[in-house]
Design a protein around this ligand. Structure first.
Ligand code: ZN
Ligand code: ZN
Length: 356
């Protein structure tokens, strides 16, 4: 089969690799019908996630058709259309017993990280009895694939860890797909207002469409704007959705005393923590990898049309065009890309090296 293989920092190739097979009784093999590119994939390609070995098939967001099941899988059959969660939970370890699947001792974030992923024609999905979700027939692949990572991550690690409450002022720093999904899912909890910060005008426009009341660029004095609408206090909740030292530092300045700062961004280097300013302010800072315990709830909301996430999808490519897909996604200022979809094409995909 063909798959997108990580070949070390800055290098990737859509190339031939061996077909995956059942390796554990709880595995399934899926034929991938739709996969998405994630900001985390770019962090891997940038070398920010050093535990990913060259040779790894990338991708952790997919919808596919079950083609083979392990001997312990009794509730899925070949032909089932399923969402593959980015997190694989064993269901039995101490973390999984507390629904903290992201920290699973045997699983966690495996796909496209510690084992081969889903930007491929076929993929092996471990612990499939817990880690895939059968999909209602009327829900499209591309809406469903947003539930693999972006929606539960935004909701759990951003909104719920940040403890967004009714009438809060919420600031979202970074309006890529995750930041926009934070805006969409924060609205479920009735904040008073959402303020979005990003450098790129198209992303601020998308933030407005998603429900942000105020949009600011980083050089437009965000602290002044946030204080002006909060009686000088600062934001109740600040959500960092970039993963850079500068944005983390900005967040620590925007949050009010007794406020919450939730970090979603994938950080590849140290960020300054000004405890000399923060120690007396009763600020709570959270970090996290998604657990995906909220996926069934979010799936229901999307399926019932109560969480309108279609605006996150901007670009569609076949696997044969995966090089162009990555180029669009990596240059959102000129492409306007938010979530980029990859689908199975009819024809054979060319191999060869892709530059970024
Ligand atoms: Zn992802
Ligand atoms: Zn576990």
């Amino acid at each position: 089969m063909k798959a997108l293989v990580y070949e070390g920092p800055g290098k990737q190739a859509w190339t031939s690799v061996p077909d995956p097979g059942i390796a554990d009784p709880r595995d399934v093999i899926i034929q991938v019908t739709t996969a998405a590119i994630c900001g985390t994939d770019l962090h891997i390609l940038a070398g920010d996630v050093p535990e990913v070995d060259p040779g790894r098939v990338l991708g952790h967001e997919a919808v596919g058709i079950v083609v083979e099941t392990g001997s312990d899988i009794d509730d899925l059959v070949p032909g089932d259309r399923v969402l593959v969660s980015c997190i694989s939970g064993c269901g039995r370890c101490a973390y999984c017993r507390k629904a903290r699947y992201g920290q699973c001792r045997r699983g966690g974030w495996l796909l496209g990280h510690m084992i081969d992923g889903v930007q491929a024609e076929f993929a092996r999905v471990p612990f499939a009895d817990l880690s895939v979700h059968r999909l209602p027939s009327h829900l499209s692949d591309e809406l469903a694939v947003l539930l693999a990572d972006v929606l539960p991550t935004a909701y759990e690690v951003g909104v719920l860890n940040g403890n967004v409450r009714p009438a809060d002022t919420v600031v979202v720093v970074g309006c890529g797909p995750i930041g926009l999904a934070v805006i969409l899912t924060a609205r479920l909890l009735s904040p008073a207002r959402i303020i979005a910060i990003d450098q790129a005008e198209p992303r601020l426009e998308a933030a407005k469409r998603a429900g942000a009341e105020i949009t600011i660029k980083p050089d437009e004095d965000p602290l002044e704007v946030v204080r002006a609408v909060t009686d000088g206090l600062g934001a109740d909740v600040v959500i960092e959705a970039v993963g850079a030292p500068e944005t983390f530092e900005l967040c620590t300045r925007l949050v009010r005393p007794c406020g919450r700062l939730s970090v979603i961004g994938v950080h590849g280097k140290p960020a300054p923590l000004h405890l000399e300013d923060l120690w007396s302010r009763d600020v709570t800072i959270t970090t996290g990898l998604v657990d995906t315990y909220s996926t069934p709830t979010l799936l229901q909301l999307v399926d019932e049309g109560r969480l309108d996430v279609g605006g996150l999808i901007t670009h569609r490519f076949t696997f044969a065009g995966i090089g162009d897909a990555y180029r669009s996604f990596a240059d959102p200022v000129s492409s306007g890309a938010l979530k980029v979809m990859l689908t199975r094409g009819g024809g054979a995909a060319p191999g060869g090296e892709l530059d970024r």
